[in-house]
Design a protein around this ligand. Structure first.
Ligand code: NAD
Ligand code: ZN
Length: 359
């Protein structure tokens, strides 16, 4: 087992990473000082696969267990679902000595985390992420949220888990498309923050695609370390945390415009990173062969780098609405070579012109 500690003073916690860790969840909760009832928040898909193992482990460590299912899908990451979780927590008699276990991908983690942050003014929670995206990104760092009809993640809180338990074996049942989309976020860490990690990904691309356990655990560990470093320096997202938005400005806009699930998040980020790399070459911040390496690695992970056809005016609108644009300019994350990022202030019009999108 590998352990990464996120050092945030009294809010510090461990991320445990390895193959076959689910049966150790109960003991992990005990060693974090958790008590009482464990409310496992999950969805029917993940519950059917891993619910029994999680419940058995919690029971054998002496916890009472309640299971709360929410429907599967981003469209249910909303206040109606959150209210149903509060109802179920009250029904199950949860008190402030009890805790929540978020078992699932980023949707479950974000919503269950926000429920934990707010129920009885905050009860402890544990993340058991089961998608690659959740294991390398959303379960670490303490951002919890639900969506609002006017926008994604508009209602939320910074609230750290007590423990993150990552069993890489759970990825074996993940649809291939979701797995590859998660790899886009993995590549992001390499481009924005760590050039030797990027080179490691190039060497290990086949092992990663084959989901070799050791390689996967090493890669997830490095992503968690990088995210932890960023979060430790910038818990509440005042600056440095922006580096993790690499590829996300254009990616997000394309994700919104491409229509429901024609691009999943990681796929849009892959396109956004390819565009960002080309833009940075145009601006002289990286070389053409850096761009070529980035495109090649994304391609070897089965990620397309071809943007969907979009209208200029719609793209401009989407960029203007991006909550990361302030005072008319966008903090665009650039790659300086591979492994180092910088922030460029660009107007949406400048960014569009550099991207070559929208005709
Ligand atoms: N809090 C953060 O810092 C942060 C960061 C990035 C993304 N997010 C959020 O994460 C969410 C996306 O997360 P996601 O990509 O994990 O999507 P998701 O939670 O919707 O999971 C994707 C699909 O995989 C299924 N699934 C999960 N684990 C599985 C497994 N082991 N085997 C088989 N199927 C499995 C799920 O049921 C779902 O259908 C978005 O809501 C996004 O806003 C949050
Ligand atoms: Zn992302």
């Amino acid at each position: 087992m590998k352990v990464v500690t996120v050092n945030l003073g009294e809010n510090s916690y461990d991320i445990r990473i390895g193959s076959g860790l689910l049966p150790s969840l109960g003991q992990g909760c005990v060693s974090c000082g958790l008590t009482g009832t464990a409310a496992v928040v999950t969805n029917p898909t993940v519950n059917a696969l891993y619910g029994d193992a999680v419940r058995a482990s919690l029971h054998s460590a002496g916890f009472s267990v309640a299971t709360i299912e929410i429907p599967d899908g981003e469209e249910f990451k909303n206040s109606a679902t959150l209210n149903s979780v509060y109802d179920a927590l009250i029904e199950a008699g949860l008190d402030r000595k009890s805790f929540i276990v978020a078992l699932g991908g980023g949707v479950v983690g974000d919503l269950a985390g926000f429920a934990a942050a707010t129920f009885l003014r905050g009860i402890p929670f544990v993340q058991v992420p089961t998608t690659l995206l959740a294991q390398v990104d959303s379960s670490v760092g303490g951002k919890t949220a639900i969506d609002h009809p006017r926008g994604k993640n508009l209602i939320g809180a910074f609230y750290q888990p007590r423990l993150v338990l990552i069993d890489v074996e759970t990825l074996s049942t993940l649809p291939r498309r979701e797995y590859c989309a998660g790899l886009a976020e993995v590549v992001k860490y390499g481009i924005a923050l760590d050039g030797s990690f990027f080179a490691f990904l190039e060497q290990q691309a086949d092992a990663l695609l084959a989901m070799e356990g050791e390689c996967l655990a090493a890669v997830i560990k490095r992503c968690c370390e990088l995210k932890a470093q960023v979060v430790e320096l910038d818990e509440k997202e005042a600056g440095l945390r922006e580096s993790l938005n690499y590829g996300h400005t254009l990616g997000h806009a394309l994700e919104t415009l491409a229509g429901y699930r024609s691009l999943v998040h990681g796929e849009a980020v892959a396109i956004g990173m390819a565009l960002a790399a080309r833009i940075c070459a145009l601006r002289g911040e990286c070389r053409d062969d850096d761009v070529a390496r980035i495109l090649k690695l994304l391609g070897s992970f089965g990620l397309s780098v071809t943007p969907p056809a979009v209208e200029r005016s719609q793209l401009l609108d989407a960029l203007l609405k991006d909550k990361k644009s302030r005072g008319g300019s966008i903090n665009f994350i650039c790659n300086q070579g591979i492994g180092k990022y910088a922030v460029a202030k660009l107007s949406p019009e400048e960014l569009l012109a550099l991207s070559g999108l929208g005709g």
